[in-house]
Design a protein around this ligand. Structure first.
Ligand code: AMP
Length: 277
């Protein structure tokens, strides 16, 4: 496993990799959700590149950039047994050289949901992912369904900018009680950790209604709000039932839809989603 930080080293190594290359971009503090992406990439490619970079430009001024969990040694230990060829862990100075002023911006798809709550977030995401795509030149890139809007935005960007890369979306890995795995779960104390299962429970209740034939999006949104409202530690930021492709809020569910939410449990902001249909 080559652990590289400079762009020149990465490019030199990349040139030596023959065959199909799979990329897994991450912000580190790896958990089994990340590792499932790496295993899938390993199974489908000749070589795997994992990037670890906590991208400052996708964090808002009042967000958790400075306290975002980091543990490179631990991450490398977790990656070693998976047969990863390259771990690229660039510095912020490499990704954003002094005087930096070039941005990638996806328009309508970044307006609702996470984009509405976290202004500038997706501009940071699409810019860094473009830069990582350019540097690593993968055939396939692996992303988690956990970040549903990110997947939609990256797919759009990949088409729009003609990146010759297949975007592979992997299912959300969950703890036994349903909580979606996330590096940010580390912030939760014991009481909050129990309360955090309310996201999964509310999505499950809404899906039950859908599975029983309910197609009125308001009924599903209200069910999610009702379940979330029963948890005193939960502070709901948004609850959505949107078209899977456009991410526009629905009245009636006729095609593939996305149930999604952002909820504060104490000071920790968690997101989760289910795909319907
Ligand atoms: P992050 O380090 O949070 O930027 O995540 C890196 C990648 O891992 C993204 O594509 C995420 O969607 C994906 N990911 C994060 N959590 C999970 C999870 N619980 N299951 C599957 N993929 C995940």
């Amino acid at each position: 496993m080559n652990i590289l930080s400079s762009l020149l080293d990465l490019r030199t190594k990349r040139l030596s990799l023959d065959g199909k290359v799979g990329l897994v971009p991450t912000m580190g503090y790896l958990h089994p959700g990340h590792l499932s992406l790496v295993s899938r990439a390993k199974a489908e490619n000749d070589h795997v590149i994992v990037t670890i970079f906590v991208n400052p430009t996708q964090f808002g001024a009042n967000e958790d950039l400075s306290k975002y969990p980091r543990d490179l040694e631990r991450d490398l230990e977790l990656l070693k047994p998976l047969g990863v060829d390259v771990v690229w862990n660039p510095s912020a100075e490499i990704m954003y050289p002094s005087g930096y002023q070039t941005w990638v911006n996806v328009e309508a798809l970044t307006n609702p949901l996470e984009g509405a709550m976290r202004p500038g977030h997706f501009k940071g995401v699409t810019t860094i992912v473009s830069k990582i795509f350019n540097a690593t030149q993968p055939h396939k890139a692996y992303f988690g369904q956990k970040d549903a809007q990110q997947v939609a935005v990256i797919r759009r960007m990949t088409l729009d900018l003609n990146f010759p890369i297949e975007i592979v979306v992997c299912p959300t890995l969950r703890e036994d009680d349903g909580l979606a795995m996330s590096s940010r779960n580390k912030y939760l104390n014991d009481e909050e950790r129990k309360a955090a299962t309310v996201l999964f429970r509310s999505l499950s209740e809404a899906k039950k209604l859908f599975d029983a034939g309910e197609r009125d999006a308001d009924v599903l949104r209200n069910k999610m709000k009702e379940v979330l409202g029963s948890e005193p530690l939960a502070n709901v930021q948004y609850v959505s039932c949107a078209d899977y492709d456009s991410l526009e809020e629905l009245n009636l569910i006729e095609n593939k839809a996305l149930l999604s939410m952002a909820v504060f449990i104490g000071k920790t902001r968690l997101i989760d989603n289910f795909v319907l249909g």
